[in-house]
Write a protein that binds this ligand. Structure first.
Ligand code: GLC
Ligand code: GLC
Length: 641
């Protein structure tokens, strides 16, 4: 393979140089070393994906030309950024990075008005802003924008591409990187590729998986999971206009793209690089697990999904080198980790931490959380987790059944319990969540709700019960604290910092009422933001907790690139980890229960040695380590020497 790659490169370079001569604004001496650097791997990935196509070498050249085209259109300030990042390629590892995610029309009114929210983001030290889907999509149902009709046009009511470009630039000037979704497993059925496919254009029909009859769909369906069983059973939809079945993993209007076709690969690359040149620095690779499809398998997490992303990564390294990828694989933990690599996705959501924090909150026990983190938290040091408490999606109980079994927990039963607990069907539960996608065949279900509703604030406010209100704020603070200190980039789901509650109005909207995820996609109004300054308001209580936690993180070097170690405190309710580098150590302890605990101080002494006065960075108090340390309900400690 290496010989083939070397030979191909020597044949291609002169042709690419000639091609480059005709392009404006691109310096061959700048891009040539990047091509040489990436070529061997790129060739390998593409050869494994498309080597059996008679026109493989044609496409090899085409994709490189697509990359050169994009390089030539890259704006000067982004080229500057490329340069800056090449001196600091693991910039995302810094403890200074704080993420936030929101919708243009919920966090503000539209993209132009988002600019006025930048000071609010700065107030939270945000350096990474994920703007939820903003591309053109069908009216009515569109899966919250995850059905893209055009990767180069902004949804009309949100603004224009120029607005997006100028917003990205403003963010950059403020030290904030724009993250956007790259929804590349599927397009909407209104994308021009799909429109052409509907009209019978054979080239574009090959962009999707289209079949004349049920023969192939039945064979595929036999081994596929159903993601939205509420919506439709099976994974294929009938397209009357084309008289064909089309693969639709999610909704009928989301047509899965066929990456067995190099023509499509080249097109999607062009779309991605277009977005990179508009100022997207971090691509959230939506539904990444589904992109490699293979008959007779689950078609999830297949080797080809990895090759595909690696090829895209190598090509962005040529055309837009400062770009990084974030994996959105909400799958079994073994597979979540399989996407994380410097040459694949530098960043990844950490759905396991997210789900298990909620699990620990419900059970008041941290054993599954600790056990799973011990086994699975460590990833390559050039990569980073994106740790979150809530997102725009449901909570799925994606822990590993094997990990659970090692602790004597039956995964299936445990998930049933968690679903009951968070949908308020379990006696004594503090949570108010909504069920999502119940599958009558498997009993599987997921849960929706804002953190505030799931931790008891909604109930507390309804009954005007200060004790419940205060417990809820502590529960949220605890989970956010873990996500801020554990290592990686914390991601605030905007609204949580103001303790925003569920919004049930989606039930009145015909385009939304079938999807309970809308219960936790809530508008942030100016008055709620203003209340973060009113003494005693829940907004202020939550906002100041989150800001304090963030301040501790960004102002303490110990949280920079320090290893994370998990510890058993000997108490079932306490979650503990240290962050350690050669010079310093910090110990985090969090009580996942409403019980008062007395922790034997040996545990703390074993970590720091005896005779020291420790400082709790969270409370600001010194901690004299006597025989026992008293710990309050949901209390956290961030201890250092
Ligand atoms: C991702 C999104 C989710 C969407 C799905 C299909 O998982 O987070 O909201 O429904 O992809 O695009
Ligand atoms: C599935 C998908 C994930 C998506 C979720 C939406 O779990 O794996 O990508 O976010 O469905 O509910």
């Amino acid at each position: 393979m290496d010989i083939k790659a070397t030979e191909s490169l020597s044949k291609l370079l002169p042709r690419l140089e000639t091609y480059c001569d005709d392009l404006k604004n691109v310096d061959w001496h700048e891009v040539k070393p990047r091509i040489e650097q990436e070529f061997k791997s790129l060739f390998n990935y593409l050869y494994n994906l498309y080597g059996d196509h008679y026109d493989f070498f044609y496409y090899l050249e085409e994709v490189l030309k697509t990359a050169l085209d994009a390089a030539s259109k890259r704006p000067a300030d982004l080229k500057e950024l490329d340069k800056k990042r090449s001196n600091n390629p693991h910039w995302y590892k810094s403890h200074k990075h704080i993420g936030a995610v929101g919708y243009a029309d919920l966090f503000a009114d539209d993209i132009p008005s988002l600019e006025s929210r930048i000071p609010y983001l700065k107030d939270l030290n945000v350096t990474y802003f994920h703007l939820m889907p903003f591309f053109d999509c069908p009216d009515g149902e569109n899966d919250g924008g995850y059905a893209v009709s055009d990767y180069r046009t902004v949804r009309k009511d949100l603004g224009s591409m120029n607005d997006l470009i100028s917003f990205a630039k403003k963010l950059r000037e403020e030290g904030i990187s724009l993250c956007a979704d790259f929804v590349f497993n599927h397009t909407s059925d209104e994308h021009q590729w799909a429109e052409k496919a509907k009209k019978g254009d054979p080239r574009f029909q090959k962009f999707y998986y289209m079949f004349d009859d049920r023969t192939m769909p039945d064979q595929y369906d036999a081994t596929l999971r159903e993601i939205f069983p509420d919506v439709r059973r099976g994974n294929f939809s009938w397209v009357e206009e084309a008289k064909k079945w089309v693969w639709t993993t999610f909704h009928n209007y989301q047509w899965d793209l066929n990456y067995q076709n190099p023509d499509l690969f080249n097109h999607i690359l062009g779309e991605m690089l277009f977005m990179a040149n508009a100022g997207v620095e971090i691509f959230r690779l939506d539904a990444i697990a589904f992109t490699g499809k293979e008959l007779g398998t689950t078609s999830e997490n297949r080797p080809k999904a990895h090759l595909l992303v690696r090829a895209l990564n190598a090509l962005t390294n040529i055309a837009a080198p400062s770009v990084v990828f974030k994996s959105e694989a909400i799958v079994h933990p073994d597979f979540v980790n399989s996407y994380i690599a410097e040459e694949e996705c530098e960043l990844s959501y950490n759905p396991l931490l997210m789900a298990l924090m909620w699990e620990a909150l419900a059970t008041r026990e941290v054993k599954l959380l600790r056990h799973s983190m011990k086994k699975r938290f460590a990833i390559h040091k050039a990569t980073a987790w994106v740790n979150y408490v809530r997102s725009h999606d449901d909570i799925g109980w994606t822990f590993s059944d094997e990990d659970a079994a090692e602790l004597g927990i039956n995964g299936y039963d445990h998930r049933m319990f968690l679903n009951r607990f968070y949908t308020g069907k379990f006696d004594g539960s503090f949570a108010k969540g909504e069920p999502f996608q119940f599958n009558p065949d498997t009993g599987d279900m997921r849960v929706c709700g804002m953190a505030a509703a799931l931790t008891g604030l909604e109930k507390g406010l309804e009954t005007d019960d200060e004790k419940e209100i205060s417990l809820s704020i502590k529960r949220m603070t605890l989970m956010y604290a873990v996500s801020i200190f554990i290592g990686g980039i914390p991601l605030i789901y905007l609204g949580d910092e103001l303790a925003s509650l569920n919004d049930y109005s989606y039930k009145q909207d015909p385009a939304k009422k079938g999807d309970s995820r809308w219960v936790h996609r809530v508008p942030l109004d100016d008055s709620a933001m203003a209340r973060r300054k009113e003494t005693g308001s829940v907004e202020k209580r939550m906002f100041s907790n989150i800001s304090t936690l963030i301040d501790i993180r960004v102002n303490n070097h110990i949280f920079e690139a320090a290893a994370t170690h998990f510890h058993d405190t000997g108490n079932p309710h306490l979650f503990a980890f240290t962050r350690e580098n050669p010079e310093q150590k910090a110990l985090f302890i969090g009580n996942f229960s409403e019980h008062k605990i007395s922790l034997k101080s040996d545990f703390i002494r074993d970590i720091f040695g005896s005779g020291h006065t420790l400082k709790d960075l969270w409370s600001g108090n010194d901690l004299q380590v006597h025989h026992h340390v008293p710990i309050d309900p949901y209390q956290i400690f961030v201890l250092s020497l």
